[in-house]
Design a protein around this ligand. Sequence first.
Ligand code: PMP
Length: 351
Amino acid sequence: MSRFWSDLATRLTPYVPGEQPRGTRLIKLNTNENPYGPAPGVLAALANISADQLRRYPDPESSELGAAWAAREGLQADQVFLGNGSDEVLAHAFAALLKHEQPLLFPDISYSFYPVWCELYQVPFQAVPLRDDFSVQVDDYNTPCGGIIIPNPNAPTGRIMPLDDVSRLLTAHRDCVVVIDEAYIDFGGHSATALVADHNNLLVIQTASKSRSMAGMRVGAAFGQRELIQGLVRVKDSFNSYPLDVVAQQAMLASLADEEWIDSCCKRVVATRERTASALQQMGFDVLPSAANFLFARHKNQHAADLFAALRERGVIVRYFNKPRIEQFLRISIGTDEDMDALLAALQDIL
Ligand code: PMP
């Protein structure tokens, strides 16, 4: 008799994260980490965690943090949902809010975790092709659907959809949930949290991993009207009732208390991004306009797989996706100016 679990390991297609080699001599530009580190107050808050705080279970609602993060977005405490990284928040959304008989729509080139969750939670989906210029156009999302999820800026392209278009999308699909995944919003966009008050079908996802430089600590959030947030709370309570540990709650509160640090780090990343984009263009790359902390670029006559391997030999790790339509591209995270100089020098050497 066959066992129902015997093919589980082969049946599910897993998400393949970017490699995380541990070595200080490598220049790591492959997983969109922020080179500047969290606000100094975050480290101070971590040093001040008391034995008593660790001894006790954390606040299961993370109420203080929820209220502070919601306030930063101009929202109320009952319009936010917290999770261990935005991946966990997204997984909860796929488990319940996005499950429907009609297909979930998302761009055919977007965060590669989406089809993995669709498979896991048995959510039917349809990938909507990007335009020739790799942009996401609202008019391409006119088909009947059970929900829509769009990273904005998109990953791995870096292209951003204007807020007016997000608004049009929400109005055109009043009966289904529209998720805007804003992992990279602080590097050049305006958050759709400004639209939450007017749209009960909107869920905006954010993370502390990128602009706040805290990827090593899992902190993410969803913002939306109360009904959607309550839906996520119900799913969470069915898994694990402690969304964030006490350490992550204190660290994130400290990060929210120093927005100046975040702004100045994001500005540095953006300046370095633009300088790197021009240098790459001069070396024969087509570079997509980016509103994120990475660039998506293809060389006019060198194959991306070869460039990826040659860079790795020189100690620089970028991301290469062996997928149709983007197999000619490299995704390059923005590091410090020195990191990018090392990347450019390695490329000079190769080309
Ligand atoms: N959404 C997008 C578009 C991403 O690129 C990432 C990072 N890989 C995430 C969500 C998840 O980020 P985290 O779990 O670190 O919050």
